[in-house]
Structure formats: structure tokens, C-alpha cells
Ligand binder design. Structure first.
Ligand code: GLU
Length: 304
């Protein structure tokens, strides 16, 4: 498959979308990002990298981080994890408070904010040095020690994070947070603030595609069956209330973030990361989603 040529065709085809959508501005630091960016990068299981556009520019991975916190939490708790968080698509906004109340403090899945705040709480209880250990896991996944938190983004999100604070308070009320609310929120925002480029993100997602290799990074170990299940949750829950549309159009397990990034995998073959800050009304990158749709259409490679 000539991925390079396909990516070039995709870049031409998505050009008319360059001004469609709006970047997230509810996190003040994200409003400063140049919205006219686009990059896409594939890393194959054989180690080849094929990229196009702004693939080395770091961006805020935001909710893509939830794949990493789920991996750690599942590795530590195994099936007991599902006592504290569900695994059903939410069909609701990523920060829905109503749904959490109806579900009496058990978040619908780990990829909505409520679910990821529970994961942050679990990791705070389990990790000796949560901040360092979390970053170290991501660095190991990507094989790149230059990956860092953007503390300015985390601080800016904490300042305006009214809904996430409400979610954390409701979780605490229902007995689903063990640690101090403020400490959990700060750790959650820090996890979201990790900065990565498309190249780094595609590398970090590769272990989720490459099930022939052992998933073992420091003290985080997952069986191939657990990796398969993380893929399943990406497929059903990775795009909030756009998950059905994303499945229909793209057909690759993936996770998006409001920074405009998407990480996805074509199992056994490659991981791909796309980034463009302008979002649709569900919070997913307009150009990123279209690029992935065209990728699976032109290659005829998807899980379906
Ligand atoms: N930090 C963001 C928030 O909690 C993550 C949301 C996202 O990327 O979808 O609102």
C-alpha cells in the first residue's frame, strides 16, 4: 500500500475544510493555538513512519490521554475496574453532569470526563509518584523522553474547569472518589495537558495495534486480550456522542481530544495520529476525522 501517495491525495481533498469548525476555547490556553494546522502520521508495526503536514508540532492531547490512563488502570485493577466505571457508549456530551446523576455516580465509560476523573483517582491511589509515573508511561509507549506536560494548559483549565469540578464533586458525593477532590482534578487536568506531536502519538498508539508484541512498559502490563478490549472501548466510546458517526465513517478504534488530536489503530498493521484544532459541534477534529475517513476509504482497510 502506498500510504504516502494516499496521504498526499487526502491532504488535497480536505483542503476546503481548513476553515470549517472552531477550536476549543473553553480552556483559555487552547484558544491561543493556531487553528490552521493539520498533520497526519502513520507508524506501521514494522517501524515505518509515513507522515504529512505538521507532524512534529506538539499539541495538547487532552482526552486522548484517557487511553493511557485506562491502560494503566486496567493493568492495576483488572476486571475490578468495572465496579467503578462502566463500558457503555454514553450517547451524551463528554462532560455531561445529568447522565452521571442518573447513573448515581458510576460514569458510563472511561472516556467521558467523569470516567477519566475516576481513573485519575485510581492512579493517584496506586502510583507512588502519580505525575512522574504517568508521564514516564507515555514516554515509554512513544519511546520518547522529550514528551512533557504543558502546565500552563493544566493551570488554565483548572481556573475555568467549573463543569469538571462539579463532576468531581458529584463523584465524591456518590462515594466514587477516594482522594481529595482538588488533588484529583489537578492530576486529571495535568494528564489532559500532555503535549505530543502526531509522530509521537502514532508511536504511543502502536502497542495498541501491535498485538503480536507484549504490552509491557515498566509496571504496566496488559494481556493481548486486555489490549483487544481497550480497542473495543475506543471503538464504541472514543468519540463521545459522535462515536456512531465515527464508526460509520472511519471504522478504526480511536480516541479524540478537544485539542484537535485523534489517535487510532488499524489492528496488526499500524497506528495513526491526526491533528487539526478546528472541531465539529461534538468536540472532534473536522479535518482529522475527514482525513481518517478518506484513509480507510482509499485503502479499504478498516476493522469492518
Ligand atoms: N480536558 C478536557 C476537559 O476535561 C478534555 C476533554 C476532551 O478532550 O474531550 O474538558
Amino acid at each position: 500500500m502506498d500510504y504516502k501517495k494516499i496521504l498526499e491525495e487526502i491532504a488535497i481533498e480536505i483542503e476546503p475544510l481548513r476553515n470549517v469548525g472552531r477550536q476549543a476555547d473553553y480552556i483559555p490556553a487552547l484558544a491561543k493555538v493556531n487553528p490552521d494546522r493539520f498533520g497526519i502520521c502513520i507508524t506501521t508495526v514494522s517501524g515505518e513512519t509515513i507522515g504529512l503536514g505538521d507532524i512534529d508540532e506538539p499539541f495538547s492531547i487532552q482526552s486522548v490521554t484517557k487511553v493511557f490512563s485506562l491502560s494503566m488502570s486496567l493493568s492495576f485493577l483488572g476486571e475490578n475496574l468495572w465496579r467503578r466505571v462502566g463500558k457503555e457508549p454514553s450517547g451524551a456530551a463528554f462532560n455531561s453532569l445529568i447522565q452521571l446523576e442518573l447513573d448515581r455516580g458510576i460514569p458510563r465509560n472511561p472516556f467521558i470526563n467523569a470516567g477519566a476523573i475516576v481513573l485519575a483517582d485510581i492512579l493517584m491511589s496506586r502510583l507512588e509518584n502519580p505525575e512522574e509515573d504517568y508521564l514516564s508511561f507515555i514516554r515509554q509507549l512513544a519511546g520518547d523522553d522529550s514528551i512533557v506536560y504543558d502546565r500552563e494548559v493544566a493551570r488554565s483549565e483548572r481556573e475555568k474547569g467549573y463543569i469538571n469540578a462539579a463532576i468531581a464533586n458529584m463523584l465524591k458525593y456518590y462515594g466514587n472518589l477516594d482522594n481529595d477532590i482538588e488533588a484529583v482534578l489537578r492530576f486529571y487536568f495535568l494528564q489532559c495537558s500532555v503535549e505530543m506531536s502526531c509522530r509521537q502519538l502514532s508511536r504511543a498508539f502502536l502497542p495498541f495495534a501491535d498485538r503480536a508484541s507484549e504490552f509491557s512498559f515498566g509496571n504496566v502490563r496488559l494481556s493481548s486480550s486486555q489490549v483487544k478490549r481497550i480497542n473495543a472501548i475506543m471503538q464504541t466510546c472514543g468519540f463521545y456522542n459522535d462515536a456512531g458517526e465515527y464508526s460509520y465513517l472511519v471504522g478504526l478504534p480511536g480516541k479524540s481530544g478537544v485539542g484537535g488530536g485523534i489517535g487510532a489503530v488499524y489492528p496488526q498493521c499500524y497506528a495513526v495520529a491526526a491533528w487539526s484544532p478546528r472541531l465539529n459541534d461534538k468536540g472532534n477534529s473536522v479535518m482529522g476525522m475527514k482525513a481518517l475517513e478518506l484513509l480507510t476509504t482509499y485503502t479499504n482497510e478498516s476493522i469492518f
